[in-house]
Design a protein around this ligand. Structure first.
Ligand code: ASP
Length: 706
């Protein structure tokens, strides 16, 4: 039967009984019943049982079948039949049927696997063939095998479906998919660029895009009106567990639109994407200003699946008798707290005082914590006696306290420190007390971000990127205080405490864009050098426009509920931004560097600093950052010569023998108690024959100085 006749294992049903089929795939598992051989045949669509019986298959087929092993790639012909009653396997979709094989072709064999792939039991009721815990590093090294596992296959199929949903939806709204360059100029998004040296322009570099920001704006100036792209972006940032150096964004931009258009569009799209994963999102998404988010949750990506919102109680304590609070208020600080409702049973005095106040809060950078437990209609704590009755009453009112509640207050001379500590505490308490409901999704738009942040050296930097429109245009670009008071027309979409994406209405006026660059401290020359081509485009009738980008790896991972974004990427990098399968990033040959102009010429003229490294001693001192004086040189040279000799010797042996840790074969030797005695060889002196030096019947070794 030719492959064109092939059908898919997972698509067969009891209705196909009696049908002759050709199947192709991999041996998921096999079981030999002496004469009868059963295999689970797996392709992308699922698993079906195939039976090799000498009554149906020829002796040759049965012999070949007996040689099958896990992950052999095979083609099978046979007839579908209903399984005998009592032999059905509800563990697989096709568990009511099986294929009585008449033909078998081994398409290719498989080595022994580095880890078990199958997780389906062959008989009903048997424990599933559980995979042993496999390290992620090993899974990534053999990713092509890992992809054969059902969870990975399902994740990639779901990712594809979500991407298709994006394409269909945006197409229906008049957006067109356009690719922008990968080899390009730097696009500022706040990370470092990955640089690509140019061979034909020695000494010059492309940058991989941190985002298509500049190009999508140029597409708007180019009259494309509505653009989107499932764009690969590259950011050389510090490592974090859920971050990839390259990632996929849904990038989009539209002309003649405002924030409301984008909120509506993205909400509808997000609802559709989550629906692919069977998740129903409530609409409209709530909105929260940046300030409100910071003031009530201590975060600009608040997790709104649970309460624990902050209440400001600074005004409860003016002229308080509690000296610590008084000092903090006098210094311009603030006091805020959260009411952990009904949790006094789990937050005992001991836990609050010895764990939270003494350990948890200091680990979040807090200097102290005040706690009170509501019991019998009163607030109780270790310091409650320092507060006036009206202060305690005001707290009860502000926090709407009921018995069983626990109040946690953080006070600090820096209001920023208060929100930061309380923000971390909020998440810690929610996790620990199990206050985060499962299966709940809480989207929120965060709006009105500050346009700039202070840099610490008296300047400002963009909170998003420098193309974001400010809320007003009449500012003085030299007045840092005024700059820091500007709000932006930017918005972030946050879900369950994670930023799914963000964007802004852009600056479309060239003078305003120049003013922003000036505020960022770029002079005319720098602006021209970096963004000349971009600014020039604004001289030709730029339309008002805005857009946004959604992190698709993160979004898909959230929809599918995977523990990391690596589970929804076919070939991700590991936590150290490396690929255990290909070995990237890897060193390159000197000739390649030379060809790229990274050595002045083909190896004869080394790069700056390389020549010094040519001489071994100089190289050592260069690497170790130590100076080697003339009189120390001979000793260092001798040590290096010896090391080189050793290295050469081991290189000669490399490949000939397995590396060993000891020169003698390792074995456990037990000294049998009383029978211990000196070797006869010692008696005769033979034992010491080959010793370099002997003293009184013993080996003499060099003194060891501690
Ligand atoms: N380019 C921005 C980013 O990658 C998104 C946007 O402003 O559209 O974060």
């Amino acid at each position: 039967m030719p492959f064109s006749q092939r059908v898919f294992c997972g698509e067969l049903t009891p209705g196909d009984a009696g049908r002759s089929v050709q199947l192709a795939g991999w041996v998921d598992a096999f079981r030999d019943h002496g004469g009868l051989l059963f295999i689970h045949l797996r392709d992308r669509s699922g698993i079906i049982q195939v039976v090799f019986s000498p009554e149906i298959a020829s002796a040759g087929v049965c012999r070949r079948a007996a040689g099958l092993r896990a992950e052999y790639c095979i083609a099978v012909t046979g007839e579908i039949r209903k399984r005998l009653e009592g032999t059905e396997n509800p563990g697989i979709e096709t568990g009511e049927i099986e294929v009585m094989a008449s033909g078998l072709t081994v398409l290719s064999e498989s080595d022994t696997l580095p880890f078990v792939l199958s997780d389906k039991a062959m008989t009903a009721g048997a424990p599933s063939a559980r995979r042993e815990a496999v390290s992620e590093e090993l899974r990534l090294e053999y990713r092509y095998l890992d992809l054969r596992r059902a969870p990975m296959r399902d994740n990639l199929i779901a990712r594809h479906r979500i991407f298709q949903c994006v394409r269909r939806f945006l197409d229906s709204r008049g957006f067109i998919e356009i690719e922008t360059p990968i080899l390009t100029m730097s696009t500022p998004e706040g990370a470092r660029d990955y640089l690509v040296p140019s061979r034909v322009h020695p000494g010059n570099f492309y940058a991989l895009p941190q985002s298509p920001q500049l190009f999508k704006q140029l597409l708007m100036i180019g009259g494309m009106e509505r653009y989107f792209q499932l764009a690969r972006c590259f950011r050389d940032e510090d490592l974090r567990p859920n971050r990839q150096p390259e990632f996929t964004q849904l990038d989009l931009e539209a002309s003649f639109v405002d924030e409301e258009f984008l909120y509506g569009l993205i909400e509808e799209l997000t609802v559709e994407m989550f629906a692919v994963g069977g998740i129903e999102l409530p609409r409209p998404f709530p909105r929260m200003t940046y300030e409100e988010a910071m003031e009530t949750t201590g975060s600009d990506r608040p997790d709104l699946r649970f309460g624990l919102r902050f209440v400001d109680v600074t005004d409860v304590f003016p002229g308080t008798g509690y000296a610590i609070f008084r000092r903090i208020i006098d210094a311009g600080g603030s006091i805020k707290g959260i009411n952990v409702r009904g949790q006094s049973g789990r937050l005992s005095k001991n836990v609050l005082q010895n764990e939270y106040a003494k350990e948890v809060v200091p680990s979040f950078g807090g200097r102290g914590m005040t706690w009170m437990r509501a019991e019998g209609g009163r607030l109780d704590s270790n310091i409650v006696q320092f507060f006036k009755a009206e202060e305690l009453d005001a707290l009860r009112r502000k926090f709407e306290v009921a018995d069983g509640d626990v109040l946690i207050l953080i006070a600090d001379a820096s209001p920023r420190a208060v929100t930061s500590v309380l923000g971390q505490l909020r998440l810690h308490l929610a996790e620990r007390l199990g206050l985060i409901p499962e299966g709940v999704f809480s989207p929120v738009w965060i709006t009105e971000f500050p346009l700039f942040e202070a840099t610490g050296d008296g300047g400002v930097t963009s909170s998003h990127h420098p193309f974001t429109a400010p809320d007003r245009t009449d500012f003085d670009p030299k007045n840092v205080e005024e700059l820091l008071s500007l709000r932006s027309r930017a918005y972030d979409l946050v879900m369950n405490g994670e930023e799914l994406g963000g964007g802004s209405i852009r600056i479309s006026d060239r003078d305003l864009q120049r003013k922003i660059f000036a505020a960022l401290g770029l002079d005319d020359r720098e602006t021209r050098e970096k963004f000349g081509f971009f600014l020039r485009a604004f001289d030709f009738g730029a339309p008002p426009h805005g857009g946004l980008a959604l992190g698709m790896d993160r979004t898909v991972s959230m929809i599918l509920g995977t523990p990391s974004i690596r589970e929804v990427i076919a070939f991700p990098k590991n936590r150290s931004a490396a690929c255990p399968m290909t070995g990237a990033p890897a060193q390159v040959k000197r000739e390649q560097l030379a060809e790229l102009g990274l050595l002045a010429s083909a190896g004869t003229e080394p790069m700056r600093g390389t020549r010094e490294r040519e001489n071994l001693v100089d190289r050592l001192s260069w690497v170790a950052r130590i100076g080697v004086d003339a009189d120390e040189r001979p000793a260092v040279e001798e040590a290096l010569a010896w090391a080189e000799e050793m290295a050469a010797a081991s290189a000669r042996h490399a490949g000939m023998e397995e590396p060993v840790h000891t020169v003698a074969p390792v074995a456990n030797r037990m000294r049998p108690g009383d029978e211990a005695r000196r070797s006869e060889l010692a008696e005769t002196g033979k034992l010491l024959e080959s010793a370099p030096e002997v003293k009184e019947g013993y080996f003499k070794v060099a003194a060891i100085l501690e």
